[in-house]
Design a protein around this ligand. Structure first.
Ligand code: NAD
Length: 294
């Protein structure tokens, strides 16, 4: 962080981020995505109040990070589909957050409409970390209510949902709202410097790109007596395409981002070879869906 910013400049920078994300959404052509300067700490100013929607592993982590982002960045509301997920997150965040943890029992909301209640609870910003199926509806509602948004990846599970988020990004940019993506490689300084070097020719002309993703097994939540099919699926969302988008959308999005703007002819593990014009099949599907929806 080189130069301090005041709160107004901070929010203007956030609006620029929304613009950058919007450009990224439409990067099926030759558009270069400009990455703004990212801040290590939020500048001082009036307290910024945030609410978390989706209190699982990532949401709880994101909420902890926002509470550490500056001394006046408060977490004030939590929402989740399931009470026990909210309660364990409440406990963990209470221990981690210090005075920036300002969630009261009255601002804890459970159920399918919890997102609306968090959005309406007087927050300035919301963190969206449910399974991705719900993302388009949640982003739209947050932007419509004039909230800044941190939105976990992926932003949707299919082309229509992703286009809804792209449109919401456009609305956010017009309103001067920040929409920041959970695609963390985008904000990783070492990654940015590496990409700069690669683009500067440090390793010559790239003719192929291979991405590998080495991780352990996924969790499974065993079905309990009395659960409906819906509850069982929601609790095991990774395994259901309608909720997660499946592996390529849900996980490969990180590698897809890392390979953004690479030359033609690359191949990524588990993904089809790109077409001659460098576009992924998903990119084509998005464009075609947009044309049909126009
Ligand atoms: N950027 C990253 O590095 C990264 C890392 C992990 C996860 N993620 C993303 O974060 C999101 C959440 O992943 P996770 O690992 O935290 O999953 P998780 O299952 O631990 O958490 C999801 C939470 O959302 C709740 N939920 C489900 N439907 C809801 C709804 N309609 N309204 C409110 N709450 C709802 C669940 O009860 C659960 O508590 C996913 O999109 C995932 O891809 C991103």
């Amino acid at each position: 962080m080189s130069q301090p910013l005041n709160r107004r400049e901070f929010l203007e920078l956030g609006a620029l981020t929304a613009g950058a994300l919007m450009m990224s959404c439409s990067a099926a052509n030759d558009t270069k995505v400009k990455v703004p300067v990212f801040l290590d700490q939020a500048p001082d100013g009036p307290p910024l109040k945030a609410g978390l929607i989706g209190c699982g592993g990532r949401g709880t982590g994101a909420a902890e990070q926002i509470m550490r982002a500056g001394k006046d960045v408060r977490l004030v509301a939590l929402g989740d589909l399931f009470r026990e997920r909210l309660e364990s997150s409440f406990q963990a965040l209470g221990r981690a957050g210090g005075e920036n943890f300002a969630v009261t029992k009255e601002r804890c909301f459970v159920g399918i409409d919890a997102y609306k209640q968090v959005i309406d609870s007087g927050v300035d910003a919301v963190l969206l970390a449910t399974p991705p199926h719900f993302r388009p509806a949640h982003v739209e509602a947050a932007v419509a209510a004039g909230k800044h948004v941190f939105v976990e990846k992926p932003v949707g599970v299919d082309a229509p949902g992703t286009l809804r988020v792209r449109e919401a990004c456009r609305v956010a940019a017009r309103k001067g709202l920040s929409v920041v993506s959970g695609l963390m490689l985008h904000y990783d300084e070492s990654m940015q410097r590496t990409i700069e070097q690669v683009h500067g020719g440090a390793i010559g002309r790239i003719v192929a790109l291979e991405c590998n993703y080495n991780v352990g097994g996924l969790w499974v939540i065993h079905r309990q007596p009395g659960w409906s099919d819906m509850e069982w699926q929601l609790r095991n969302w990774y395994y259901f395409t309608w909720l997660s988008g499946d592996h390529i959308v849900e996980q490969h999005v990180h590698l897809r981002e890392a390979g953004e703007e690479e030359p033609r002819g690359r191949r990524e593990a588990g993904a089809p070879i790109h077409q001659d014009d460098g576009r992924l099949p998903l990119g084509d599907a998005l464009e075609e869906t947009e044309e049909r929806m126009a």
